[in-house]
Design a protein around this ligand. Structure first.
Ligand SMILES: Nc1ncnc2c1ncn2[C@@H]1O[C@H](COP(=O)(O)OP(=O)(O)OP(=O)(O)O)[C@@H](O)[C@H]1O
Length: 618
């Protein structure tokens, strides 16, 4: 198989795969669109064909009845076929709208089922931005496959009809005016005409190919969507960010950033695209005019010589014009569908990203003493980072044990939590659950073992009951109990809609905004409701007032019971209830023991941190 054939086969396989996804997301869309394309291809030829019949009749026998039949047939035929096409359009519009919604949903599903590591990986962030950008800003990728296939079918059918009509009307001589000249010889005339058309088409096709390739090159270098997306949704339209924007007067800075990193590069791309279109498609338009003139002269000469009828002049000329435009459009669509495969390639790379979330073995048996998690010389580096956030770390966490993790900023505490929960995977070493490597276990079953209050937790603009239970169906009693233990039950009881009260105003206009501390209590309630065997708290009381913090700590023993607890905090005094304290520094455990033991080492990191804090309180 030659390289070109291999490339064509790969292209076809990609289009076939895209069609499979389109059929799955919007059944019927492809079938209806292609059928309509074939109908559309016939529409202009009905008028051309019937006009020729009418003109021939007018200059010939002038049979009034026949003329009326032709006129009605022309009008009726066009009307019927147009109505059918319109009915198809209606259905196609509905199916297209459904497809657009479902493809967005499909991408959301892919994104949510991706490994957490991928979501943090700049490579996948960029890939996602490009897919969304090309899909919804330049209509490239899977969303344009239906449109391109439709154009290919419509123009291919149009070319076939045009060639049949031209061949029939040119070779069918009115008088058998024999002669050696091109004008009198229908076959020679047809071949010459086709030769001129083929040369012009070859130039048109080359132009279209170059334009499409350059166009893809333009968009390939565009990551402007990522900037626009970030500034718009994560900054300019985020009311939390508005405070900082106002106080630090960041308006000018942000508007300029959006302009220079997002809008201007985007404008350059669009301008580049327009000048490409002007240059190459303008040249194609000139060629089309040349062919039109050429066709007129040749067909006219044959009519003057009496070789073809006036009607044939009309059909030949109109069909030649349609042939040229259809071949040109066909070549553009074929080139575009090939270029579009570059976008499809990105799309497939994204959706094919392997995810551990789909498979895995069952969890090992729970032992009498519950669960035991163990880090075996684990090292971890974030994607595209050179230094290790966790380095050669070994430790054990078991049911009934309470471990506090302390350390300076950036020492790796949150990273340890993410590794523990299976969100990130070690680059070296392994983590085991009751002796089994967690990488081999079923992802969802494993993550179900954890209730976590992350340092940068997120609540959603849903009703409180749904936020706490993370579900639409929840047990009211259990939600109230969790809210009470977290110290926010009374606040919720005073809200008009209680558990049904939405928080934030992004979705419900009467949603309630919460203070930072109230949000944190809500996140604690959510962790309590889940009631998982391993509880993790990453700075869970950083936003709480001293009374609320005291109340939470006094309930911690009751909250945790027999479960394993991992507790990250900068307030060292609040770690004293833990059995063990692991002191982190530069991604490593530099000390391990209980509060009293650790304080004995006056050269140690813990002593340094404790003294600094104690002095501050004095
Ligand atoms: N998503 C990420 N991508 C790249 N580097 C990261 C990422 N998250 C954290 N890091 C880096 O990893 C190191 C450890 O970060 P980590 O969040 O674990 O620290 P921490 O001990 O929890 O800090 P803090 O006390 O400030 O919360 C830091 O140097 C940080 O810059």
């Amino acid at each position: 198989m030659t390289r070109n054939m291999h490339k064509t086969m790969t292209d076809l396989r990609m289009i076939k795969r895209a069609c499979g996804i389109i059929r799955e997301l919007s059944p019927g869309l492809l079938g209806f669109s292609i059928t309509k394309a074939i109908i559309d291809a016939f529409i202009p030829y009905i008028a051309i064909f019937m006009s020729a019949l009418i003109i021939d009749e007018l200059v010939g026998n002038k049979d009034f009845e026949l003329l009326m039949i032709y006129a009605f047939a022309a009008a009726g035929g066009t009307l019927m076929i147009s109505i059918t096409a319109e009915l198809f359009s209606k259905r196609i519009n509905v199916l297209s709208a459904m497809f657009e919604v479902r493809v967005k949903n499909y991408l959301n599903q892919v994104r949510l089922s991706m490994d957490f590591t991928m979501l943090e990986d700049p490579k996948y962030m960029e890939l996602h931005a490009r897919i969304i950008g090309t899909m919804f800003m330049v209509n490239g990728g899977i969303t344009s496959v239906v449109g391109l296939l439709t154009k290919i079918f419509e123009n291919a059918v149009s070319v076939i009809i045009a060639v049949i009509i031209i061949q029939k009307s040119i070779t069918a001589s009115k008088s058998s005016a024999a002669g050696s000249s091109v004008i009198h010889n229908p076959i020679l005339f047809f071949l010459l005409l086709m030769a001129v058309i083929i040369v012009c088409i070859a130039i048109t096709v080359r132009n279209s190919k170059t334009a499409s390739k350059k166009e893809f090159g333009l968009f390939q270098n565009a990551s402007t969507n990522r900037y626009l997306d970030y500034y718009h949704y994560h900054y300019m339209e985020d009311d939390q960010a508005a405070k900082d924007i106002h106080i630090f007067d960041q308006r000018k800075l942000i508007i300029n950033e959006v302009l220079s990193k997002g809008r201007l590069p985007w404008m350059n791309i669009v301008n580049g695209r327009y000048s490409l279109m002007q240059r190459y498609f303008g040249a194609n338009a000139v060629i089309a005019v040349f062919i039109g003139g050429f066709a007129y002269v040749f067909v006219g000469l044959r009519a003057l010589a009496g070789s073809i009828s006036l009607g044939s002049v009309i059909t030949s000329y109109a069909s030649i014009i349609r042939l040229v435009s259809s071949v040109s459009d066909l070549s553009v669509s074929l080139t575009q569908i090939k270029s579009n495969n570059n976008y499809l390639n990105m799309f497939f790379e994204y959706i094919d990203t392997p995810s551990r979330q789909h498979d895995g073995k069952e969890l090992p048996e729970q032992r009498n003493d519950g669960w035991e998690l163990e880090f075996h010389e684990v090292s971890f580096r974030y994607p595209s980072c050179e230094t290790y956030a966790i380095h050669n770390l070994s430790m054990k966490i078991s049911s009934k044990s309470r471990i506090a993790i302390v350390g300076t900023n950036g020492s790796g505490k949150t990273t340890l939590i993410k590794l523990l929960c299976g969100l990130n995977q070690p680059d070296r070493g392994s983590i085991t659950l009751n002796g089994k490597d967690i990488n081999e276990l079923d992802y969802n079953a494993y993550t179900n073992l954890f209730s976590v209050v992350f340092q940068d937790f997120k609540l959603f603009a849903f009703p409180i009951g749904e936020n706490v239970s993370a579900s639409r169906d929840y047990e009211d009693e259990k939600v109230w109990h969790s809210l009470d233990v977290a110290g926010i039950g009374n606040k919720v009881r005073n809200l008009p809609l209680k558990l049904k009260q939405s928080i934030y105003k992004n979705v419900e206009l009467d949603g309630r905004d919460l203070s930072g501390g109230e949000e944190q209590k809500m996140a604690i309630a959510r962790a309590l409701y889940k009631d998982a065997p391993i509880m993790i708290f990453d700075e869970p009381t950083a936003a709480l007032d001293p009374v609320a913090e005291y109340e939470i700590y006094s309930k911690f023993n009751e909250i945790i019971g027999d479960k394993a607890a991992v507790f990250v905090s900068h307030r060292l005094s609040s770690c004293r209830f833990c059995d063990h304290i692991a002191v982190f520094h530069n991604g490593e455990i530099v000390q391990f023991g209980n509060h009293e033991e650790l304080l004995e080492d006056s050269e140690g990191k813990y002593y340094e941190l404790w003294s600094a804090q104690a002095q501050y309180y004095k």
